[in-house]
Design a protein around this ligand. Sequence first.
Ligand code: 1CP
Length: 366
Amino acid sequence: KYCPGLGLVHKAFLKNDAFLRACHGQETNHVPVWCMRQAGRYLPEFREFRAGKDFFETCRSPAACCELTLQPLRRFPFDAAIIFSDILVIPQAMGMDVQMVAGKGPTFPEPLKEPEDLLLLQPKVDVNKELGYVFKAITLTRHKLDGKVPLIGFTGAPWTLMAYMIEGGGSTTHSKAKRWLYRHPEASHKLLKMLTDVIVEYLLGQVAAGAQALQVFESHAGCLGPVEFQEFSLPYLRDIARKVKDQLKESGQDVPMIVFAKDGHYGLEDLSQSHYEVVGLDWTIDPRSARERTGGKVSLQGNMDPCALYAPKERISEIVKKMLEGFGTRGYIANLGHGLYPDMDPENVGAFVEAVHTHSRHLNLK
Ligand code: 1CP
């Protein structure tokens, strides 16, 4: 297979394909595991590397992104790497200013306020020009990984990105963004469509650069209800998967896609029929009921409460065992129900990974 920027790559070069096999529901010796935010502030080497550097400057440096992606893999036997970047690089590529403010998180000095503001966005984004730095980071990281584990690329989903672009940062209610859904439904769809177009190109660019799986983060599904989800989130999630897959099929590529709609399990049945191989779950759903509701149609990923990592190691091991028994070891990727927090003990992250590997090997022998 030829990928631009990658030269000749071959599947056989992958030394650990457990994650990709699990995405496709195939048997594995152990359940693969990775963590959302596995590159992050809970690691002293991350804090040291990032110290004094602007967050989005770091995102724009392929060498820095590569280093930060690899850091957690030097410590733990994770079964996948996720490229270090952020979902908010897309609003930036569309012409918006986004800054990372210490203690506050991502901030848009000039968020979208009214539908007229859509005219301020780039109508046609050249992803190679605006986001080529992410593609370079992916290619470099893929080379440096040398087939150790697969590399996951990612994007924010349209509704989640729209919410940030209107709220101007994090929010508990998302009332400014939801105001658009109820007051300006047409403009909302226009924005969601613009985002979808960029996202499709962005994901295809990530695959061309070497990403071996793709995760779509609908982090703000939880502030929508089932009706709004049906209208403003699901159709775009489907569109993204279908368009990316159609394009990849043409070049004979098969790249599994994961959809993670946090707090959106009211939509679980629909998500399991949205052309994604894997549905990611937060911790508010029981593994067995998630399996039932998705009818064995997809692989599942998740969903230990991140806060369980504050428990003593023996307790983590018990929680993991129960989770594995609930999901079963086939078509399953262990993860947390959301990202790691900065105050988590790296040792407990290691205990989590080890528990997944040990218990799942054991369960597979039964
Ligand atoms: O200085 C720092 O280190 C800031 C912390 C940080 C990090 C490590 C931010 C700010 N982003 C990231 C990297 C990041 N972001 C990754 C790296 C890969 C990995 O997982 O190891 C990923 C996948 C993201 C994706 C992301 N960014 C999401 C989706 C996942 C989720 O958490 O739901 C979201 C919502 C963001 C926005 C964002 N970026 C950063 C923060 C603190 C936030 C959340 C802000 C908020 O809503 O309050």
